[in-house]
Design a protein around this ligand. Structure first.
Ligand SMILES: Cc1cc2nc3c(=O)[nH]c(=O)nc-3n(C[C@H](O)[C@H](O)[C@H](O)COP(=O)(O)OP(=O)(O)OC[C@H]3O[C@@H](n4cnc5c(N)ncnc54)[C@H](O)[C@@H]3O)c2cc1C
Length: 486
């Protein structure tokens, strides 16, 4: 009954479009549903940010073959595009090459089995999927033989609140809380930060990028200040692996952020778990769960990571890890409580399957709340899934993932006070970041807290096979996060 139905891919981001290219290469009917009006709608929203991956890691092999049949010019392999360039020079041409297989302005609002809710067992696997969509023309129901959900996590950022719930007053202060890296070249965004004080909450690469941008603005616009708010008791390895990072630009970003802090452009507050956002005139005051308050700020930039939107999958039988909300087989490999380096063995359909046969999470969304995703990982995921759906089980199992090392491999790092959380610091990878103890503990007593930074010296990354992986052979190591909660 499902013969001839398309494989529906949710999302025309880098991984959804790669999935489509892989499916087309396998001769499978394919339909991509994208809620935005163009390819890479989420990437476009951070289009001003330069990626730390080179072009060679940003083009899916099957997509490249599809594009080779057009007048597409492959960007130089060793260049670093911005998000906007990734869209313009690759994602948009790829969507054009896929033609009518990609439908824009089409939001998926629900996925289920035809005539079956999640409770019914009878003939479940034999039923096609129903995919509910919303367009400007109204609602529609589409049928699919399989569904690959590559809808990312961009639309569901984590809140400022340190316990994962919005801080009290956060919703009311939404106008002055942004979840995007500020584009200081945009006059409207620049006006929000120039000569003003901005709190940057979070410790991932987006937070570092924001800090570097605000520090550069401070050089041009006197009075510009940034306060870096971290949940953890110390800065630890937040600057990444520096020169030891195999992604050169990612390592350099951490070094630039570290230099900006050292130059005095950024004040650092550690051990601060925001519990309340309180208005004070035109400004906002962050209060932590111990009652400490920060000096009022004009703007808050919350770069605290993302979480998957599972709301439209309520009728699908997902097998998700209770902690990460990632597929159960994948979660242990990417758990930031264990791996800051996130050592991962090659993974594909086996790790991405759910009790619901024929349904897959891929791309950024497959990592749930883990902050370590790279597009390269997603390309391998969808290659394996497409091979599986085409019945080529040998190719589906033959996943070859080559990911760069971060130069930081030290487990979760110190979440709480340095002296009480030592057991957490090693992870299975073993501690690799040597830190001198901070000269003074963080503290905020009415004014801005500035906790002196520990000096970092990154030890060499852990060897690829560190015996952390249940006896499975380890061929590569995963990279650290684009975003990571504080
Ligand atoms: C600032 C920043 C910098 C980054 N830098 C790098 C880097 O250097 N290298 C790297 O490998 N990765 C980087 N990443 C991670 C990057 O986001 C991913 O590699 C890539 O964008 C993930 O692709 P994706 O297709 O899984 O998700 P997305 O890019 O988020 O695409 C998902 C798509 O699904 C659509 N969608 C969402 N919900 C629905 C719905 N209900 N119905 C229909 N469509 C929907 C969205 O509009 C979007 O177009 C970075 C991320 C950020 C935020």
């Amino acid at each position: 009954m499902n013969e001839g139905l398309p494989v529906v891919v949710i999302g025309a981001g880098p991984v959804g479009l790669a999935a489509a290219a892989e499916l087309v290469e396998r001769g499978l009917p394919t339909l991509v549903l994208e809620r935005g009006e163009g390819a890479g709608a989420a990437v476009s929203e951070w289009g001003h940010v330069r990626l730390f991956s080179m072009w060679r890691d940003l083009v899916d092999p099957a997509a490249e073959k599809l594009l080779a049949a057009t007048d597409w010019t492959r960007p130089a392999a060793d260049g670093y595009p911005t998000g906007a360039e990734w869209v313009e020079s690759y994602l948009a041409p790829l969507a054009a090459a896929l033609g009518e297989r990609v439908r824009f302005g089409t939001e998926v609002t629900g996925v289920s089995r035809l005539g079956r809710d999640r409770i019914v067992d009878a003939d479940r696997d034999g039923r096609p999927f129903t995919v509910r969509v919303r367009t400007t023309a109204g609602e529609e129901r589409l049928l699919a033989r399989a569904v690959i959900d590559a809808s990312g996590t961009w639309g569901t950022p984590n809140p400022v609140g340190g316990d994962g719930l919005p801080a009290l007053g956060e919703a009311d202060a939404a106008e002055r809380i942004s979840h995007r890296v500020p584009d200081t070249a945009d006059p409207a965004v620049r006006a929000r930060h120039a000569g003003r004080t901005t709190a940057v909450v979070g410790r991932g690469h987006s937070a570092l990028t924001a800090l570097v941008a605000l520090a550069a603005l401070a050089e041009q616009a006197p009075g510009t200040r940034a306060v870096w708010v971290l949940r953890r008791g110390e800065v630890g390895d937040a600057f990444g692996g520096g020169a030891a990072d195999q992604l050169v630009e990612r390592g350099a970003l951490g070094q630039r952020a570290e230099a900006a802090v050292a130059a005095g452009h950024i004040e650092v507050v550690t051990g601060f778990r925001t519990a309340r956002v309180r208005p004070e005139g035109d400004r906002l005051v962050l209060v932590d769960d111990g009652g400490r308050t920060l000096e009022p700020v004009d703007e808050v930039v919350a770069l605290t990571g993302f979480r998957p939107d599972l709301s439209f999958l309520s009728e699908i039988r997902l097998g998700l890890d209770t902690t990460l909300q990632a597929p159960v087989e994948l979660a242990p490999l990417i758990d930031p409580n264990v791996h800051s380096c996130g050592t991962v063995y090659p993974h594909g359909v086996a790790e991405l399957s759910h009790p619901e046969e024929g349904f897959f999470l891929a791309g950024m969304k497959s990592y749930g709340r883990a902050p370590t995703f790279l597009a390269l990982t997603g390309f391998e995921q969808v290659r394996s899934i497409a091979a599986h759906l085409a019945g080529d089980h040998e190719a589906a199992a033959r996943v070859e993932l080559t990911l760069p090392e971060t130069g930081v491999c030290g487990g979760a790092g110190l979440f709480d006070d340095p002296d009480v959380a030592e057991a957490d610091a090693g992870g299975c990878c073993g501690p690799a970041v040597a830190e001198e103890p901070p000269a003074a503990a963080a503290g905020v007593g009415g004014g801005l807290a500035v906790s002196p930074l520990p000096l970092l010296s990154a030890a060499p990354a852990a060897p690829a096979d560190d015996g952390c992986h249940g006896g499975r052979s380890v061929r590569t190591t995963e990279a650290t996060e684009p975003d990571r909660v504080s």
